[in-house]
Design a protein around this ligand. Structure first.
Ligand SMILES: Nc1ncnc2c1ncn2[C@@H]1O[C@H](COP(=O)(O)OP(=O)(O)OP(=O)(O)O)[C@@H](O)[C@H]1O
Ligand SMILES: [Mg+2]
Length: 255
C-alpha cells in the first residue's frame, strides 16, 4: 500500500483577477519506507504541491491520500521542512528543534533532551542556547532539517533541504541523511534542483514539466544500497544524469 498518493492534483492561483494554473495534473505515490524525489523547473509548483500535501492549501481539484485515507486539506499529518527555514526568532536553537516533537505531544523536557542530543550531529554543538539570528543561512537550514527529522510523523516532506549549504557540507548531509534513512526507513518526499542529489538519494524520481506542471517522467533508480559517493562515478549514474539533464533542458527551451 502506498503511504502517500496524490490523485490528479490541479491547482490555480488567482493573479490579477485571473486564475493562473500552476499544477496541471499531478498523480504520484510514495510507498512505505520509500525515498522519492521531485525535480523540475523553478516555478513548476513543487513547493505548492508540498503546501497541498501539508493541508496548508486546498487544491483546486484532486485528492491527497495517506495510508489509504483521504486527507485532503488536513494539517499536522506530515513532518515538513519548508523551503525557507522558518525558525521562530524568540525560541532558542534547541527549542526550535524541539518544536516538532512538542507539537506532537512530547513533553518539553524530553523534546529538549532529544534536540540537544542531535544538534552536534549536524555540526551545531555549542549553539543549543543561541537564537536563530546568530546562525548563517546554511546553519538555519540544518536546524529546520533537524526539526523535521525529529518530528514523529511517518512521512517527511523536505523542500530543498540542502540548497543553502556549501558543496562539502551538502555531501556530508546527504550521506548522513542516507545513513539515518537506511536505519529507520521513513517515507521521504524530497524536492531538489540537483540531479546528482536526487540520483544519489532516491529510489524513484519524478521529473516535472513547466507550469502548469505534469509528470514528464518517472524514473526508478537502480543503484544498490547502502550507497556511497562512489556511485556517482558509475556509468549508469552518469547516463541517468544526462538523461534527466536533457529532459529539463528541453523543458527550459519550451518556456
Ligand atoms: N500564494 C500564491 N499566490 C499566487 N501565486 C503563487 C502563490 N504561491 C505560488 N505562486 C506561483 O505558483 C508558481 C509555483 O510556485 P512554487 O513556489 O510552488 O514553485 P517551485 O516549483 O517550488 O519553484 P522553486 O523551484 O523556485 O522553488 C509560481 O509561478 C508562483 O509565482
Ligand atoms: Mg519551491
Amino acid at each position: 500500500m502506498a503511504k502517500l498518493e496524490l490523485k490528479e492534483i490541479r491547482h490555480s492561483f488567482p493573479v490579477k483577477k485571473q486564475l493562473q494554473p500552476v499544477l496541471g495534473d499531478i498523480s504520484l505515490t510514495v510507498g512505505e519506507g520509500e525515498f522519492v524525489s521531485l525535480i523540475g523547473p523553478s516555478g513548476s509548483g513543487k513547493s505548492t504541491l508540498f503546501h497541498i500535501i501539508g493541508g496548508l492549501i486546498k487544491p483546486t481539484a484532486g485528492e491527497v491520500w495517506l495510508d489509504g485515507k483521504q486527507v485532503t486539506g488536513e494539517k499536522g499529518l506530515i513532518a515538513y521542512m519548508p523551503q525557507m527555514p522558518a525558525l521562530f526568532p524568540w525560541r532558542s536553537i534547541e527549542a526550535n528543534v524541539a518544536l516538532g516533537l512538542e507539537v506532537a505531544g512530547e513533553s518539553r523536557s524530553s523534546a529538549l533532551e532529544k534536540a540537544r542530543e542531535w544538534l552536534p550531529k549536524v555540526g551545531l554543538g555549542g549553539y543549543e542556547r543561541e537564537y536563530p539570528h546568530v546562525l548563517s543561512g546554511g546553519m538555519q537550514q540544518r536546524v529546520a532539517f533537524l526539526r523535521a527529522l525529529l518530528s514523529p510523523q511517518e512521512l517527511m516532506c523536505l523542500d530543498e533541504p540542502f540548497g543553502a549549504l556549501d558543496a562539502l557540507t551538502r555531501l556530508e548531509m546527504q550521506a548522513w541523511l542516507l545513513s539515518i534513512w537506511e536505519q529507520n526507513k521513513r517515507s521521504i518526499l524530497f524536492i531538489t534542483h540537483s540531479i546528482e542529489e536526487a540520483l544519489f538519494l532516491s529510489d524513484r524520481i519524478y521529473v516535472l514539466s513547466n507550469k502548469p506542471s505534469t509528470v514528464l517522467e518517472e524514473l526508478h533508480v537502480p543503484f544498490a544500497r547502502p550507497r556511497t559517493e562512489a556511485v556517482m562515478l558509475e556509468p549508469a549514474f552518469i547516463d541517468m544524469r544526462q538523461h534527466i539533464q536533457r529532459l529539463l533542458r528541453k523543458e527550459r527551451a519550451n518556456v
